[in-house]
Design a protein. Structure first.
Length: 330
């Protein structure tokens, strides 16, 4: 159950001109040119507005955003340890609740948002996030997924795409593909495992207003502990020219390799329904990135096959990779 504080009355953004002009993540950062994760920061801060406090786990979005004596954050912001995103959000929300109960600060809805990277949230911090999703606090955890431990020079994580070159998985003459795991399905895993969590979504800042900002607002309005997983092209780690970040995001969504959906009170809603809209070949997404330059046709065919299976054969396409249960009597 979420807190009884009045919710902030967010309007749905129907077109790009509806987005607020005020910025709460602005100049003063040193992320790479074309960094889509920086867009995730800017967009969620814009969507959530001034009555927001943010905790951020170690990673590019901590380090590049807090160069000595500078910061782009306008809203209150606190660093937390890698893997501690969930517990930092719970601590922040509990602290605010206690201060309000004791009358030390006015009773009002203050958004608590944690951002953690794919290593920090999906791998190291998954236990703490699971704990946070079992609480009754209003908090939102955003896993910004650049598909590597980018800050420490692009090591593979559980979220790295099959076959990608990283500093942990360099292709060699003996083994062309060193990264053989399929991408971890973090949002769905958290949704399935926490049935009372009312809002889980995947999102893309390539579609900033209509997709990501509205999903941020929906999560904050629905309340309770909520989770969003974003898909963030990273020019440095994925090896492409910074001008193509949005194009890569679009190709990832339209090829179906990164499904966009919301799970609201247990109902799956596809926000880009690749079954109805069709999918472009995944090759169009892969061939524009240097991290896949070593792949040969059969590797691309394999990735295409896996994406096709995800959309055509999974019990809940893109979300749950199971077949319907059989009884033993069968
Ligand atoms: C407990 C701990 N282990 C390792 C590190 C070193 N470290 C700092 S940032 C980072 C990578 C984080 O990756 P991710 O969460 O995906 O964020 P990104 O850097 O990609 O933005 C690592 C391994 C650390 N700071 N703390
Ligand atoms: S390495 Fe990637 S995630 Fe990190 S600042 Fe550069 S573009 Fe952004
Ligand atoms: Mg990362």
């Amino acid at each position: 159950m979420a807190s009884q504080l009045p919710v902030i009355d967010y309007e749905k953004i129907k077109k790009i001109h509806d987005t607020p002009l005020e910025e709460f993540y602005t100049s003063g950062h040193r992320t790479c040119q074309g960094c889509e994760s920086a867009m995730v920061m800017r967009d969620f801060a814009k969507a959530s507005g001034p009555r927001t406090v943010v905790t951020g786990a170690t990673g590019c979005m901590y380090v590049a955003n807090t160069s000595y004596l500078t910061t782009p954050w306008i809203v209150p912001w606190m660093h937390t340890q890698l893997g501690a995103g969930g517990s930092s959000a719970v601590g922040m929300a509990a602290g605010l609740r206690a201060l309000m109960r004791k009358g030390k600060i006015p009773q009002e809805k203050i958004n608590v948002i944690n951002f953690s990277g794919d290593l920090g949230a999906g791998d190291m911090g998954i236990g703490g996030i699971s704990g946070a999703l079992q609480t009754d606090y209003d908090l939102l955890i955003i896993m910004y997924d650049n598909e590597s431990a980018a800050n420490t020079d692009i090591q593979a994580t559980g979220s790295t795409t099959y076959g990608a070159q990283t500093t942990f998985t360099p292709p060699g003459s003996k083994h062309r593909i060193m990264h053989r795991r399929w991408k971890k399905n973090v949002a769905a895993m958290l949704a399935v495992g926490h049935p009372t969590c009312r809002y889980v979504a995947t999102a893309s800042a390539t579609f900033p207003a209509l997709d990501f900002m509205n999903k941020t607002r929906k999560a904050l309005s629905i309340g309770g502990p909520t989770f969003i997983h974003t898909f963030d092209p990273c020019p440095k780690g994925w090896d492409f020219h910074p001008r193509y970040s949005h194009e890569l995001g679009e190709l990832g969504v339209k090829s179906g390799i990164f499904p966009l959906y919301e799970i609201i009170d247990g109902q799956v809603i596809y926000t880009y329904d690749a079954r109805q809209k069709g999918r472009i070949p995944v090759r169009e997404y892969l061939e524009k990135q240097g991290r896949f330059a070593h792949l040969i046709d059969e590797d691309v065919d394999y990735i295409q096959h896996m994406v096709d299976t995800m959309w055509n054969e999974w019990e809940i396409p893109g979300v749950a990779p199971f077949r319907a249960g059989l009884s033993v009597a069968g």
